[in-house]
Design a protein around this ligand. Sequence first.
Ligand code: PXL
Length: 276
Amino acid sequence: MAYKKILTIQDISCVGQCSLTVALPILSACGMETCILPSAVLSTHTAGFSGFTFRDLTDDMPAIQAHWKKENIKFKAIYTGYLGSIKQVGYVRDILKTMGTDDCVRIVDPAMADNGQLYSIFNQDYVEAMKVLCGEADILVPNITEACFLTDEEYKETYDEGYICNLVEKLKALGAKTVVLTGVSYEVGTTGVVVYENGKMEYYKHDKIAKGSHGTGDIYASAFVGALMNDKSVYESAKIAADYTVKCIINTQGDADHWYGAKFETALGDLIKMLA
Ligand code: PXL
């Protein structure tokens, strides 16, 4: 397996099992040297906790990037998630453009919305900035809510293939080369991932676990990047990430005290086996 230096840019939610506290261990377990650029530091994530602290690290970014440039540091993949501000989206666009190796893969998870709603700190101006960043991705990994905000389409709970194809077409029109759309469910009891690549659309269907968990989008995207960096195809990576995320949710089910995240650590062994 190739050992690669990759960069992930997202927040540190100190408690809550999302963003960097998920991406770093998952990518490390996948065998990657994982460098981080924290977008913000929060006491907890924002979905369900109240009174969280939020330190925006936007203004630290240019100096960090300048130092890395001076040290000739380049990354084989750059994977972005939850960002701290609109100004920061601009800095991240520049990092995507300038800090990759010639064969760098740029993966963007818009990480701004779920269940039909934007996360609390974001607004329409942020959505507009995110559209530009998403257009510059090699691989875009949105959920359906994010796809709707990015394409100005109405969010629906039930839909057909035509609705999903239209979303994917419009996401491609933003400029992203490859799209991995998560949480696509056409029937009760199953959900899945739509993968659009090189003019071909495929669907991987799997069980839908009744319990929805916070942070599963981050678990999914991190495992996807980890599999991809292990030279799996986009479709195979999308499938591995889905199977792993389902295991994490199953391992969390039935623990009412664990409402804020998924016990992704308990299935890391399974993920490593899937990569073998
Ligand atoms: O999992 C997405 C996420 C990441 N980071 C923070 C969040 C959320 C979801 O709410 O609040 C800070």
